[in-house]
Design a protein around this ligand. Structure first.
Ligand SMILES: Nc1ncnc2c1ncn2[C@@H]1O[C@H](COP(=O)(O)OP(=O)(O)OP(=O)(O)O)[C@@H](O)[C@H]1O
Ligand SMILES: [Mg+2]
Length: 336
């Protein structure tokens, strides 16, 4: 397949993190659509068991199975590829793993009776994470005879920034738990995938102090861990500003020419042009202060020296059309 000129050519596992509520699930969905353009096959994976993907794509709750949920943007000569979705939970991943490695058929119910599930989920949180990242690694590496790789790319809607380092740095956690044996081998394979140049971690944020701080901290944490590549910074929910840059400071300080505004409003035939001009000036001042604050946050983000992308605020609520708009914006900016 022809390679596209994007910032992440060669990347096959896109991990999407960010502060809660900034749009991780939405951006992961948009990114999977963008990556599925030109006939590529993409797997979008959810690991927190919240059915966010089903909600986003407006489909019934998803099982632990890969289901086709959408088609990427395409043209008449190059139709879009398929987006599959998977909701991965540690219990199902453990059963699948045991079946694969030990040939244990029907192991699920027996294991559940023996309390293995409690072991996996409560006693060993590190093992839980290995099972989830392991599923992503398996999908990335999977081959299917005729077509080579099963997926051209895997996108993971990952845990939030505060937990991402620990979530991905599974090897250290698990080596305490299992020094030898298949689980250890599994953890090592997963680490090879996570720490390969084929994996990057994207950060979704909005231009506010806290999420920007979490983004910078998250990138610093990955760099400190070593070997896990930070990816793009995706600034979500941006809105165009009503004022030209030159007037921002004036407006923010309440120094807009009110008389001029009133004359303009009067010329437009509006009654009480003075009262309207006052109200408008207050509104503009507030918007201008917000915009200036956002510019400050944008500059802080740029200090991280990672590629930055901007996604627009979709008014009227997120729907499939909005999601395709975000996908197009990602492609225009060469994020996919
Ligand atoms: N660009 C956008 N324009 C408008 N609304 C958006 C945009 N991106 C996300 N949203 C909305 O913001 C809300 C939060 O988005 P989303 O669920 O993707 O965030 P999240 O980071 O995954 O949240 P959580 O931490 O709860 O998993 C949703 O209602 C979503 O529709
Ligand atoms: Mg989410």
């Amino acid at each position: 397949m022809a390679t596209r000129d994007t910032d992440w050519d060669g990347v096959r596992l896109h991990v999407v993190t960010g502060k809660g509520g900034t749009g991780k699930t939405t951006v992961a969905g948009a990114l999977s659509l963008a990556l599925a353009a030109d006939g590529r096959r993409v797997l979008l994976m959810e690991v927190e068991g919240r059915q966010g993907i089903a909600q986003l794509f407006d489909v019934p709750p998803l099982p632990y199975a890969e289901r086709r949920i959408a088609v990427g943007p395409g043209t008449s000569s190059r139709p879009g590829g398929d987006v599959f979705a998977l909701v991965a939970d540690p219990e199902s991943a453990l059963i699948e793993y045991l079946q694969m490695f030990y040939g244990l058929r029907h192991a699920g119910s027996a294991l559940a009776r023996l309390g293995v599930m409690d072991f996996a989920t409560t006693i060993a949180p590190g093992l839980r994470d290995v099972l989830l990242t392991g599923k992503a690694a398996e999908a990335v590496r999977r081959k299917d005879g005729a077509r080579g790789r099963s997926y051209d790319a895997v996108v993971m809607d990952a845990p939030p920034t505060g937990r991402i380092g620990r979530f991905l740095n599974v090897s250290a956690e698990v080596s305490d738990l299992a020094r030898v044996g298949p689980i250890r081998g599994h953890a090592d394979t997963v680490q090879q995938v996570i720490r390969s140049p084929e994996t990057v971690v994207h950060f979704v944020t909005v231009l506010e102090e806290m999420p920007v701080q979490e983004t910078l901290d998250g990138i610093a944490e990955l760099r400190a861990l070593g070997g896990i590549r930070p990816g793009g910074i995706i600034v979500n929910m941006t809105r165009p500003m009503a004022l030209p840059p030159g007037q921002l400071h004036e407006a923010a300080n309440g120094k807009l020419d009110l008389a001029q505004l009133a004359i303009g409003l009067k010329a437009a035939g509006l009654d009480d042009s003075q009262g309207l001009a006052d109200a408008l000036a207050t509104e503009l001042a507030e918007q201008a202060r917000t915009t200036l604050g956002q510019e400050e946050q944008q500059q802080r983000l740029e200090s991280a020296r990672q590629p930055c992308y901007r996604l627009p605020w979709i008014s009227g609520g997120m729907d499939l059309a909005g999601l395709y708009r975000l996908a197009a914006a990602l492609r225009e900016q060469k994020a996919a």
